[in-house]
Design a protein around this ligand. Structure first.
Ligand SMILES: O=P(O)(O)OC[C@H]1O[C@H](O[C@H]2O[C@H](CO)[C@@H](O)[C@H](O)[C@H]2O)[C@H](O)[C@@H](O)[C@@H]1O
Length: 314
């Protein structure tokens, strides 16, 4: 007997669940592995790194509306009180701060190409890319801004003007200025126009050979080609936060997108720590652990903070 469409739909969902369960065997849930994580982290210093979009906030159609919930903000605030914490985002540093609005954590924007850190690092060359400033966030605090791509700024603006013209002609397309990189969004573009948009962006970028295009979630990310990415930002932050030589440090990085894979790889190359991929579907990842979505991320952060509070009182 032929099954009806509702039954077929459920069969399809069951198959997806089966694939997810298989994937979970290789990337176990950080929630169900919490006891294991706790025992590995016992008497170690955990440093928490978080991505923003898709990790702390749900993916939505309008990038300007990717707000994090009040509950998530409280969870991140708690985490920042108990662990050294940084957010490494593809957004501009200012924009990610506007979304998060917490001043007990550090911020890196433009996929790690714009970092606000507490001190200079002698391990990252001279002061060419590191400039001190008085922070508006950490009031009265001297901070250091690390930015290896400042020289690209005028050309990024020229490229943005060109891409804006392209986006204006394709319904649903938009260009987001992330200061040291640009995002061309196509989440709201009709399927039949996506190819055309991509072609137009690619042919514009052919004139800028020192820029790369990488693809994220329904977005083309345009950024300067330098050997700097989220993984190196994580390493830079560990260094300037005083953990470079610490054998006791355990970085944890939670992220959902392709650019987060570089941070997962970095943690693996350090040889200790917890790379956690956020995904509702099975995917290729360097992460060792997983969480399904921002709701699970929040539950995990709450568990982590509670555990730490318990630890302090032990
Ligand atoms: O490193 P992240 O903090 O994850 O930033 C990566 C990009 O995230 C944003 O785009 C994504 O989220 C949007 C809002 O939910 C969604 O509309 C878009 O389709 C996603 O790709 C952000 O807008 C980009 O600028 C970031 O580069």
């Amino acid at each position: 007997m032929e099954s009806n469409s509702e039954e077929r739909f459920h069969d399809h969902e069951d198959v997806i669940d089966d694939f997810y369960d298989i994937w979970l065997k290789n990337h176990p849930s950080a929630l169900s592995s919490f006891e294991e994580i706790k025992s590995m982290a016992h008497e170690k210093q955990m440093v928490v790194f978080l991505d923003y979009d898709g990790t702390l906030s749900p993916i939505v159609n309008n990038p300007d509306q990717a707000f994090m919930s009040t509950e998530m903000r409280s969870a991140v605030r708690e985490i920042g009180e108990h662990f050294t914490t940084a957010i490494i985002s593809g957004r501009s540093r200012d924009k990610v701060f506007q979304f998060v609005r917490l001043n007990n954590i550090y911020y890196a924007g433009s996929h790690g190409m714009d970092i606000s850190a507490p001190s200079f690092s002698p391990n990252y060359g001279n002061h060419e890319h590191q400039t001190s400033y008085i922070s508006q966030l950490f009031v009265g605090n001297d901070m250091v801004n690390f930015c290896p791509v400042r020289d690209f700024l005028p050309r990024i603006q020229t490229i943005k003007d060109k891409l804006d013209k392209i986006a204006k002609d394709i319904k649903g397309a938009s260009v987001e200025d992330n200061k040291f990189c640009l995002s061309v969004h196509f989440r709201c573009v009709n399927e039949e126009n996506v190819g055309k948009l991509k072609e137009m962006v690619e042919s514009t970028m052919e004139f800028y050979s020192d820029f790369r295009i990488s693809e994220g979630k329904k977005v083309m990310e345009i950024s300067p080609i330098i050997n700097w990415y989220k993984g190196r930002a994580l390493q830079y932050l560990l260094d300037t936060l005083g953990f470079e030589d610490s054998s006791n440090v355990l970085p944890i990085y939670i992220g959902d997108d392709k650019t987060d894979e570089d941070a997962f790889k970095m943690i693996k190359s350090i040889g200790k720590g917890f790379p956690v991929a956020v995904s509702t579907t099975p995917k290729e990842t360097e992460a060792l652990y997983s969480l399904r979505d921002p709701t699970e991320v929040m539950s995990f952060l709450i568990l982590l903070a509670k555990w730490k509070m318990g630890c302090t009182f032990e």
